[in-house]
Design a protein around this ligand. Structure first.
Ligand SMILES: Nc1ncnc2c1ncn2[C@@H]1O[C@H](COP(=O)(O)OP(=O)(O)O)[C@@H](O)[C@H]1O
Ligand SMILES: [Mg+2]
Length: 260
């Protein structure tokens, strides 16, 4: 490890991975990963292609079970075998491909798969009004900038679409939100908007966030702690609570080549 985290916070971890292993045939995608995420902490996971970032995320979201090790949530050992196992704990995932429906508007996308159910006596129009109200409330609280809630999201920008995906993840009041490359497809200005959203997710909702990203500048700006994976191993962990980690330090850890 190039720099042991000197995290002084004493909060018990919300999520804790101990020696988590994942194999694909003969490939060790993860070779025994320790990771802890405290309440309201933003932890970034970085690493080159093939480092194991997506595999780690899929294990936490329950998409792919781990082959070994222990996962604890709220101090208790948990089994994450299917996505419902994670959502039941309050873990939400914002996927890289966003999974929005282009032909539907913002309100419909926010509530996709979880349309507000109300009694049969209440008409569809009223449900729509309820959802619209809740959508507006969520978007306002997180400070997302969406021009019109009634525009099909296919006509919105990448940043706006990402914002909708982040807003959607908050509707279940999650305790931990996983994000896979939330700024990858975005320009600088749009990225700034999404980073603001991530910070507000923490301050407004008290959510812990695990952020997977290639965008080192974004990571350095927003993460309290940065975990570096290389070829399935955790090779470094930086305490970035004071935002003083340098990109040279990060690049050296990611590549294994020390800066000159
Ligand atoms: N479904 C799979 N089948 C076989 N090998 C896989 C599969 N998913 C990932 N891998 C392998 O696991 C390693 C880590 O991959 P991945 O987690 O996608 O890395 P990253 O997201 O950091 O680029 C790579 O060697 C990759 O080829
Ligand atoms: Mg990946």
């Amino acid at each position: 490890m190039s720099k042991e985290t000197a995290a002084v916070t004493t909060a018990a971890p919300l999520l804790e991975l101990r020696q988590v292993v994942k194999l694909f045939g003969g490939v060790h995608a993860l070779e025994g990963i320790d990771l802890s995420v405290r309440p309201a902490e933003i932890v970034a996971v970085v690493g080159d292609n093939g480092a194991g970032k997506s595999t780690l995320m899929k294990i936490i979201s329950g998409l792919q079970p781990a082959d070994g090790g222990e996962i604890r949530f709220d101090g208790k050992t948990v089994e994450l075998r299917r996505p419902v196992d994670s959502t039941a704990l309050g873990i939400e995932t914002v996927y890289q491909d966003l999974a929005l429906c282009d032909n539907l508007d913002t309100v419909q996308n926010l509530f996709l798969g979880r349309e507000e159910t109300s009694s049969l006596l209440r008409g569809a129009r009223l449900r729509r009004a309820d959802m619209e109200h809740r959508a507006q409330e969520t978007i306002r609280r997180l400070g997302a900038k969406i021009p019109s809630l009634r525009t099909p999201v296919g006509r919105l920008s990448g940043g706006q679409r990402q914002s909708i995906a982040v807003c959607r993840s908050t509707l279940s009041n999650p305790r931990l939100v996983l994000m896979d490359e939330p700024t990858a497809a975005l320009g600088v200005e749009q990225s700034t908007g999404v980073l603001d959203l991530i910070r507000r997710l923490r301050t407004e909702h008290g959510c812990a966030i695990v952020l997977i990203s290639h965008a080192l500048r974004d990571v350095l700006e927003v993460a309290d702690r940065i975990v570096v994976l290389r070829l399935g191993n955790k090779v470094a962990e930086f305490d970035n609570s004071d935002r003083t980690t340098s990109s040279d330090q990060l690049v050296a850890a990611i590549t294994g080549i020390s800066a000159p």
